[in-house]
Design a protein around this ligand. Structure first.
Ligand SMILES: O=C([O-])CC(=O)C(=O)O
Ligand SMILES: [Mg+2]
Length: 583
């Protein structure tokens, strides 16, 4: 079949190469690109089957002539806006969120730009579909709804061959990998290979919210088995039917993966670890943070977004960070990650040692308050939080004993902020900050309605999964969504656009400060501690700029010279889903 050849650099150019994405139009200088490249676009029937270039009914008369499309499409020509309107109408007719999810995934498979156009223009409406909570259900049913692979599956069968597997992926200019091993998918537990929905969903936000090109994103699921008995017996399960590999076998497999990634993509590919179980999450981050460009979203991304919300909430609560007392339910990745970043910021602000700052932060796990007398039996990552106190066996007891001003739930267990807990919190706080972070909605520590009703409208509330506004005693309360989706897309964009080679905690603090700085007076007046998601691209550009600034300051950025205006530069790097004209 004939093919139209065009010297189009946009689909292979690295972010940071200064190249826009107007089809056939070079806006950057070629010598900054990874490779000079002549891109060959399919034509005719293949063009319609190529989701990256298909425009459906939007192909113009000239394009239909030039690209052998005559007769393959009905006569009508439709604009991208008209296509968007039709699809949104169709989508809204589905009653079941999972049907909307499947319909959106089909669209992505058919017409990638239209998918992203929809997602960007309707972000508040569609985020709960491609992301939490619906993506959780999609993972639970992934085997049944599976149609086509949207990322790489690397199972123990591929041991010794991971580099070859990476080479099977059709794209070369990968900048961001999101990888999971499926052991702790949201608060839903071990979903094995079906965790793939998470890297896919996270990376679609990298593009929609952070502007990283879709072709630069690679979702990966590592399959070392699953301990989920139900899945092992499920006739439609798509993963290895064996118990999880652990210990040395697991470590060696992950090491082969990390080495292959570096060998294949070099130093500047960002690897985001997602939804690993606690022990592996901490170990992998500790092991690879000094040799690879890695970021753990559940530990570091969640920490940055929560710190941002807490800092913004100080405007409503009064006082400084150091004036607050924190109590966490959940001492895993999210809980200890957030606690540590808060302690770092507190010690920076108060110019005091971080050990002092940690004393203002208390954690409760499944065995009760973490205290010094439990030190011997505690996992390593909990030890910094074992302060001196008599044992307290549950959350309610801990609330009464510690008298926190801020209560944060990150245990993955739903319905744990009970009426008694919230009433106790309100008995000594005029305005408590309550963050119910566990996902999806079914695992939230309490609902927005419960938080406002039980606190009699006094709580400032944010949750990991979205809740609708609540009316209480004639007043409307709008809950915030404290989800790492505010941070990782902009953070990732910042990292790749400056060619960072490592992630430093200071870069996370910069991202967090950038987000807090985006909350407007108008937001505060509504009781909001996060800006609306509808502004997310602007927010992401600002986060990216601040993260890149910090990377340059720390000498960790390799793309030189440093752009003068990093916000403008971030904006210029962002992918636009608007159709391009094919010459
Ligand atoms: O995916 C989300 O919505 C947030 C997150 O990382 C998690 O809950 O593990
Ligand atoms: Mg996660």
């Amino acid at each position: 079949m004939a093919s139209a050849t065009t010297k189009d650099l946009s689909d292979v150019a690295a972010v940071g190469g200064g190249v826009g994405d107007t089809y056939g139009e070079d806006r950057g200088s070629e010598d900054q690109l990874l490779t000079p490249w002549t891109f060959s676009v399919a034509s005719g029937y293949s063009l319609l089957r190529d989701p990256r270039h298909n425009k459906g009914l939007a192909f113009t008369e000239r394009e239909r002539d030039a690209h052998y499309l005559r007769g393959l499409l009905p006569p009508t020509i439709s604009s991208q806006q008209a296509q968007e309107k039709k699809l949104m109408k169709n989508l809204r007719e589905y009653q079941v969120p999972l049907q909307k999810y499947m319909s959106l995934m089909d669209l992505e498979e058919r017409n990638e730009r239209l998918f992203y156009k929809l997602l960007i223009d309707n972000v508040e409406e569609l985020l709960p579909i491609v992301y939490t909570p619906t993506v959780g259900e999609a993972c639970q049913k992934y085997g049944s709804i599976f149609r086509r692979p949207q990322g790489l599956f690397i199972s123990l069968k591929e041991k010794g061959k991971i580099l070859e597997v990476l080479k099977n992926w059709p794209e070369r200019g990968i900048q961001v990998i999101v990888v999971t091993d499926g052991e702790r998918i949201l608060g839903l537990g071990d979903l094995g290979c079906q965790g793939m929905g998470i890297p896919v969903g996270k990376l679609s936000l990298y593009t929609a919210l952070g502007g990283v090109r879709p072709s630069a994103c690679l979702p990966i699921t590592i399959d070392v088995g699953t301990n989920n008995k139900q899945l092992l017996q499920d006739e439609f399960y798509i993963g290895l039917r064996q118990k999880r590999a652990t210990g040395q076998e697991y470590a060696d497999f992950l090491h082969e993966f990390m080495s292959a990634v570096k060998q294949n993509y070099g130093e500047k590919v960002l690897v985001q670890f997602e939804d690993f179980a606690n022990h592996n999450a901490f170990e992998l981050l500790a092991k690879y943070r000094s040799t690879h460009l890695v970021f753990n979203d559940d530990i570091q991304g969640t920490a940055a977004v929560v710190l941002s919300g807490v800092v913004a909430a100080l405007k409503l609560l009064g006082g400084t960070l150091a004036d607050q007392t924190f109590l966490f339910l959940g001492a895993g990745e999210a809980g200890t990650g957030i606690a540590e970043l808060i302690a770092l910021e507190m010690s920076k602000q108060a110019k005091a040692p971080v050990e002092e700052a940690r004393k203002k932060i208390w954690l409760v796990d499944s065995k009760g308050l973490i205290v010094g007398s439990r030190k011997e039996s505690l996992q390593q990552f909990k030890k910094p939080w074992a302060h001196e106190h008599e044992p307290v066996k549950d959350l309610l007891g801990a609330v009464k004993a510690i008298k926190p001003t801020i209560l944060i739930g990150s245990s993955g267990v739903g319905k744990t902020f009970t009426k008694e807990v919230i009433e106790a919190l309100c008995s000594f706080n005029k305005k408590p900050l309550i963050m119910a972070l566990s996902n999806p909605t079914s695992q939230s520590e309490c609902t927005a309605e419960e938080a406002y009703t039980w606190s009699k409208g006094r709580a400032i509330f944010a949750s990991g999964s979205p809740f609708d506004p609540v009316e209480f005693e004639g007043k409307v309360f709008v809950p915030g969504q404290s989800n790492n989706a505010y941070i990782f897309p902009g953070f990732g964009l910042g990292v790749v656009m400056c060619g960072a080679i490592r992630v430093h905690d200071e870069m996370l603090l910069a991202a967090s400060e950038a987000l807090a700085g985006q909350v407007t007076q108008e937001n505060f007046e509504k009781g909001l501690i996060y800006p609306p998601f509808s502004n997310i691209r602007k927010i992401s550009a600002d986060i990216a700029a601040k993260v890149a600034t910090k990377a340059y300051d720390l000498g960790l950025a390799s793309h030189l010279p440093r752009p003068v205006d990093l916000v403008k530069y971030a904006e210029s790097c962002m992918y636009s889903p608007v159709y391009r004209m094919y010459r």
